[in-house]
Design a protein around this ligand. Structure first.
Ligand code: ADP
Ligand code: MG
Length: 694
């Protein structure tokens, strides 16, 4: 049966009569009739096929039929639209080819950019300056057309013409750009993008970061450059329907057999070690870091309080370390394991940076304000791996605070007020302030990140690269094994009669082979996050509580700095929940508590133990300077002041160090502190090695 108005009349009456009455009732507040493709197939297979191949004509017939239906009580729906949804097939953005042009296709992806909704002229009225007549000109899609000559035959001159907005027709218009979801992009590949135009009642319904399915007609149009028309064509999807999808871990498919295997493994007493052993096996050592990465992948449980306040379940982990200690490698590995993992560098490869931006975009938005999603928004419901976090753009710093704790990104700029979702965990990597760690200085002070941001990380690990023969030998052996296994595999593959057996390769690979492969581990994690919601046992609760209170107690003595804040308690709870989830447990047990206390202690010891007093001092992350360090700087300033006496003579460095050494300070501390005071501007170097207090 061929598409024509009558066939559609029949279809609407049979399948959608009630919906159409509803639409008429609410018209013109709603203008769209949503049509299931499946219903059309059931009604007429051939018509459904025709719709896919020749959407222009078929949709025109459908629309004419809908608008002309004989409705009760004189209601008119003359501007209603048909919105086809749920096509049988999704076309990945990277598979779009010229054969798809002018066909109806469905694509899915994340919204990367969206312009604001603005009017666009569809039928422009031009007034001829010579005769005053008006010429109407339908506007083709993307380039503004002006009349060639006056429509008044008696005049027929070539203008000039003036656009008359009052007499022209406008529709709401929005342009959006979608890109492949991180899940569909293989590591190392750039996500592909596609632009789509959205008009009328379906504009303004989606935001950057949303996952959408768009059904539309693929158009190509000629690129126009300053040199004139080009032979290159650009693609744009003319949206017929758009639907935002709720994101979850459902996208990773877990079959019945997988589920069986996962459940079996979850009861294995060694499952925790096996899971950790599957995270970044090619990297030697770092057991606590890998443990933290594992817990992060499983995640804690988010809390939605009845008062509307939310507490995140996502665990944020930060690795700070000397160069070349495999930080970036760790990030890359986690990104592969997490559903919706995004890898980015703080240095900012895109204009949107880490969170989101609003810019006046000429190339994409034709000068309209455009909202673009950054890494944390694109990683919504996933993991954002941010390398070189210390080098992030200044503009990102303040937005990161909100993104990491409230898990939203708010944009208030140029009349755009909107909040985007950023429900992701952050795995960050950073170098110390001066490139390498100075072992005498508190670590907290050497991390080049604002203390307020630092305190949002649940676990921070310090990776130092200090020569240590035993360790170096082991790392070297491990790296050699990795390379030798690689060499054997390549030689067996490409060299004829290499004499290398499959067994030899497997044998060589065995040291670096993960217990579970990436594919299976992803399924295990997705399954756990979907199904495991443990309750904390009273003993576990007591243990975590006691540990937290004992840390707080250290701060009661007026001379010791305040050790830990309530943020660390939340971190403990989240990590314990994640630990229980690794075995799909219904309970967070005392074992989980013990495990988490061990990891948190390692992290705290590395980060907030003052290297001079040995005390835990969360001021080191919360203000960037520990108590004893502040004291030391003060002592040195005092010494300079008393040595320079009333007349303000400058003090030679030798004299200063000798005096202070007598008071029991180490020379390297003193020199280091002098340098710091100098940078801070508290101490002036009057001439070579002579100082004065400001
Ligand atoms: P970073 O980001 O910390 O500067 P990279 O992740 O770029 O360092 O790592 C540098 C290289 O050193 C990588 O090829 C990594 O595999 C190797 N490497 C460093 N430490 C280890 C280790 N402990 N085990 C295995 N390889 C390592
Ligand atoms: Mg690196």
């Amino acid at each position: 049966m061929e598409s024509c108005k009558e066939v559609w009349d029949e279809f609407f009456k049979r399948y959608y009569w009630e919906q159409i009455l509803g639409l008429a009732n609410q018209y013109p507040d709603t203008k769209s009739l949503w049509i299931e493709f499946g219903n059309l197939e059931r009604f007429d297979m051939e018509l459904a096929r025709e719709l896919l191949d020749f959407p222009d004509g078929v949709i025109r017939h459908a629309t004419e039929s809908l608008r002309g239906l004989d409705l009760p009580a004189d209601t008119e729906i003359t501007e209603a639209h048909v919105r086809i949804e749920h096509l049988p097939e999704l076309t990945p953005i990277r598979d779009i080819r010229s054969t798809n042009i002018n066909k109806l296709i469905a694509v899915t992806g994340l919204i990367r950019k969206a312009t604001e909704v603005r009017p666009k002229v569809t039928n422009a009225a031009f007034k001829c300056a010579r005769c005053g007549d008006i010429t109407y000109l339908k506007q083709e899609e993307y380039v503004f057309d002006e009349p060639f000559e006056c429509g008044n035959d008696a005049c027929g001159r070539k203008g000039p013409f003036k656009l008359m907005p009052g007499e022209s027709d406008f529709i709401d218009f929005q342009k959006i750009r979608i890109q492949d979801s991180p899940d569909e992009v293989r590591p190392g590949e750039q996500p592909q993008t596609l632009d789509a135009s959205v008009v009328e009642d379906i504009t303004g319904q989606v935001s950057p970061g949303d996952r959408v399915v768009i059904v539309g007609i693929l158009r190509s149009y000629q690129r126009v450059t300053q040199q004139g028309k080009s032979t290159a064509f650009d693609l744009i999807l003319e949206t017929v329907s758009i639907e935002a999808e709720e994101k979850g871990f459902e996208e990773i498919e877990v079959t019945k057999e997988d589920e069986q295997k996962i459940k079996e493994l979850s009861t294995d007493p060694d499952i925790y070690t096996k899971l950790i052993g599957s995270v970044a096996p090619s990297i030697y050592g770092y057991s606590e870091v890998k443990e933290a990465m594992t817990l992060q992948l499983f995640g804690g449980l988010p809390v939605a309080n009845p008062d509307g306040l939310k507490i995140r379940g996502d665990i944020h982990v930060l690795l700070v370390g000397d160069p070349g200690v495999a930080k970036s490698q760790c990030l890359r590995y986690s990104r592969r394991l997490s559903p919706r993992g995004v890898f980015t560098s703080g240095k900012g490869s895109s204009a949107a940076g880490l969170t989101a931006t609003a810019v006046k975009d000429n190339e994409f938005g034709g000068g309209r304000w455009t909202l673009e999603a950054g890494a944390l928004v694109l990683a919504d419901m996933g993991l954002a791996c941010v390398d070189e976090l210390d080098k992030m753009e200044v503009g990102d710093r303040s937005a990161m605070h909100e993104a990491m704790e409230q898990q939203t990104v708010t944009i208030n700029k140029a009349g755009i007020h909107t909040t985007l979702k950023a429900r992701c965990s952050v795995l960050g990597a950073a170098n110390p302030k001066y490139g390498r760690f100075d072992k005498y200085d508190p670590v907290g002070k050497q991390i080049n990140l604002p203390p307020t941001l630092l305190s949002r990380f649940d676990l921070i690990f310090i990776i130092r690269d200090e020569p240590n023969t035993a360790q170096d030998t082991a790392v070297s052996a491990h790296i050699f094994n990795t390379h030798i296994a690689g060499e054997l595999a390549l030689r067996r593959k490409y060299v004829k009669n290499s004499g290398i057996t499959e067994e030899q390769v497997t044998e060589a690979m065995s040291t670096i082979k993960p217990v579970f492969d990436v594919e299976f581990l992803r399924k295990y994690i997705a399954y756990a996050r979907r199904t495991s919601y443990p309750l904390i046992q009273p003993e576990a609760r007591k243990m975590l509580n006691d540990f937290y209170l004992s840390l707080r107690k250290l701060g009661e003595d007026p001379d010791t700095p305040l050790p830990v804040t309530a943020r660390q308690l939340e971190a403990l709870i989240r990590c314990a929940q994640a630990s229980a989830r690794t075995r799909l447990s219904s309970q967070t047990t005392i074992e989980d508590a013990r495990r988490v206390i061990r990891i948190v202690t390692v992290s705290l010891n590395q980060v907030i133990r003052d290297p001079q007093t040995g005390n835990l001092d969360s001021d080191l992350i919360n203000t960037g300077m520990g108590k004893s360090q502040r004291d030391r700087l003060r002592i040195i300033l005092e010494a300079v002041r008393s040595l320079q006496g009333g007349n303000g003579n400058s003090v030679p460095e030798d004299l200063l160090t000798q005096t202070l050494e007598k008071e029991g300070l180490k020379k390297e501390y003193i020199l280091d502190a002098i340098a710091k005071l100098k940078t801070a501007g508290d101490l002036i170097e009057v001439s070579n090695n002579r100082f004065r207090v400001v």
